[in-house]
Design a protein around this ligand. Structure first.
Ligand code: ATP
Ligand code: ZN
Length: 304
């Protein structure tokens, strides 16, 4: 994004994250696992990056796409639901896309679902024709209704959407669901999903300038590593060459193992980076297939 004439060019990267709420702590923890550290400010709205020129802005999640669009922030960590809602709203107003999803971050998972009263015998979207649907996601819901060719009234509520049917404000709702406990507590059931959501790294639709672009690339490379090692373990073991064909199928999630010959004989030392869970059961299967001296090590860092 090109700076407006009076805006000085920034040579530090600024990332917006949620100040408090579901995404606040996991977002900070993820950035910290990428080696970022900050000096806390008194008002706790701005944190000055110490280890790298990457600062944090702590805001309401709903403000993040707009801050990116306005160039106040370079990147943001926000639910895909918020990003898509505001993106759809811009599109419906014929405004050019100003922000986009860079990558999913693997936390804050939830769905944007249509839910109807428990007693309804759900036949499909056409059943919503002529009904009122309460939601905080009017743009996504309207887009979906249009695609389904359903004529329903969108009732905009900023919170407590799930009680709208009991209050007589709507017949159905369109809301975020994770466990479904809130829905069932309100005698509602999910019937269809409009969007699978999770926290994402968002940034401007246009490229950043060179300095901040480099910082953003560096952060993304570290994020790649941090996300890949989340569930990764290094598996060390020995085995005879003969049993390799039995062992390798037990490591479907492993990168090609490093194989070292132990002596002139058939004995090998192997090291395999596994990206799935290395359970006791799996270790026992490997042992039965001929692996010896199995050792599982945590992975602290990875840079591809
Ligand atoms: P803010 O004060 O920042 O506006 P908020 O009340 O809008 O906070 P939270 O309830 O903290 O936001 O939710 C933030 C994000 O967490 C959601 O936008 C969504 O992406 C994700 N999320 C995950 N599970 C759920 C859930 N069950 N209900 C609502 N949001 C969820
Ligand atoms: Zn919010």
């Amino acid at each position: 994004m090109s700076p407006t004439p009076n805006t000085p060019v920034r040579d530090r990267l600024r990332i917006a994250i949620q100040k408090s709420g579901r995404l606040a702590e996991p977002a900070r923890a993820l950035l910290a696992s990428c080696g970022l550290s900050w000096r806390e400010s008194r008002d706790r709205l701005f944190c000055y990056g110490e280890s790298l020129p990457i600062d944090l802005l702590l805001v309401r999640d709903d403000d993040i796409p707009g801050l990116i669009a306005d160039g106040v922030c370079d990147l943001g960590i926000v639910g895909r639901n918020v990003l898509e809602e505001q993106g759809s709203e811009r599109a419906s107003l014929d405004r050019a896309p100003a922000f986009r999803e860079y990558r999913a971050l693997g936390f804050g998972g939830c769905r944007l679902d249509i839910a109807v009263p428990d007693g309804w015998d759900w036949q499909g979207p056409q059943q919503l024709d002529g009904k009122r649907i309460a939601t905080s996601y009017p743009a996504l819901l309207s887009r979906w209704l249009k695609a389904q060719n359903v004529d329903a009234q969108v009732v905009l509520l900023s919170g407590s959407v799930e009680i709208a049917p009991r209050l007589g404000q709507a017949e159905a709702i369109c809301d975020l669901v994770s466990s479904g406990a809130t829905l069932s507590a309100n005698q509602l059931k999910p019937v269809t999903t409009l969007l699978q959501s999770e926290a994402v790294l968002a940034g401007p639709a246009d490229a950043l300038d060179a300095t901040r672009g480099e910082l953003a690339d560096l952060l993304q490379r570290r994020l790649d590593g941090a996300l890949r090692i989340r569930h990764s373990k290094l598996l060390l073991f020995q085995a005879s060459r003969r049993v390799l064909p039995d062992l390798l199928p037990l490591l479907p999630d492993a990168e090609t193992p490093t194989v070292m010959r132990l002596d002139d004989g058939d004995d090998l030392a192997l090291q395999a980076l596994c990206h799935g869970a290395v359970t006791w059961q799996r270790l026992e299967e490997l042992k039965r297939a001929g692996a010896r001296g199995l050792m599982v090590l945590p992975v602290e860092g990875m840079l591809a």
